[in-house]
Design a protein around this ligand. Structure first.
Ligand SMILES: [Zn+2]
Length: 192
């Protein structure tokens, strides 16, 4: 009888221990997303941490392609590389909202119009010109300008050179003022 009571106590302790461990593992996580400044792929990361302390004992990472990175890969616009992930934002385990430079160009990687624009630049200009626009798109200081220029670009692209050239001409002022090699485009604003 005494032995049985001890066993029950032990089971109860083990159960509580497992429950507490499970709760710590579930709630004490820091989740984040980063973006590669070479190709535009993203990485989501879940760090399992000690409660309210920035000490990670286990981490799960998952790389995902984006609209832009798929275009880059399809057109071979950047060389084979180790992803260079730049922290965009994250939170959890007592941190409400952590932010990084990657947040300034994360949107560009998921902006369909911009990917269609880069693809057509490669098609109707050249891969090297498209690569320049890619570099602009993944620059935290200049990414939003490329998104602005590409805002009216058709998602399906243009069917021929003349139509593409027509759009280019219509948007020449913005392209000249804000595109690669433009005075504004080359002014580093060092966004926070
Ligand atoms: Zn990459």
């Amino acid at each position: 009888m005494k032995r049985s009571r001890l066993s029950r106590k032990r089971i109860a302790f083990i159960s509580i221990g497992l429950l507490v461990t499970g709760l710590v593992a579930f709630f004490c996580t820091f989740g984040s997303i980063s973006v590669c400044n070479v190709c535009g792929a993203t990485q989501t990361e879940t760090d399992f941490q000690l409660p309210f302390i920035d000490v990670t004992y286990w981490s799960m990472k998952h790389v995902e392609s984006t609209t832009l990175s798929r275009t880059v890969e399809r057109l071979n616009l950047c060389p084979p590389h180790q992803h260079e992930f730049v922290f965009a934002h994250g939170g959890g385990n007592g941190v409400m909202c952590a932010i990084g430079q990657g947040r300034h160009f994360l949107g560009a990687c998921q902006y369909d119009e911009l990917s269609a624009f880069v693809a057509d630049v490669a098609k109707y200009r050249s891969n090297s010109v498209a690569a320049e626009w890619l570099t602009e798109s993944l620059d935290p200081d200049r990414s939003s300008r490329v998104m602005y220029i590409a805002r009216s670009f058709p998602l399906t692209g243009f069917v021929d050179q003349d139509k593409f050239d027509g759009w280019w001409k219509e948007n020449l002022f913005d392209i000249t003022e804000m595109g690669p090699n433009s005075p504004v485009g080359n002014t580093k604003t060092s966004l926070p």
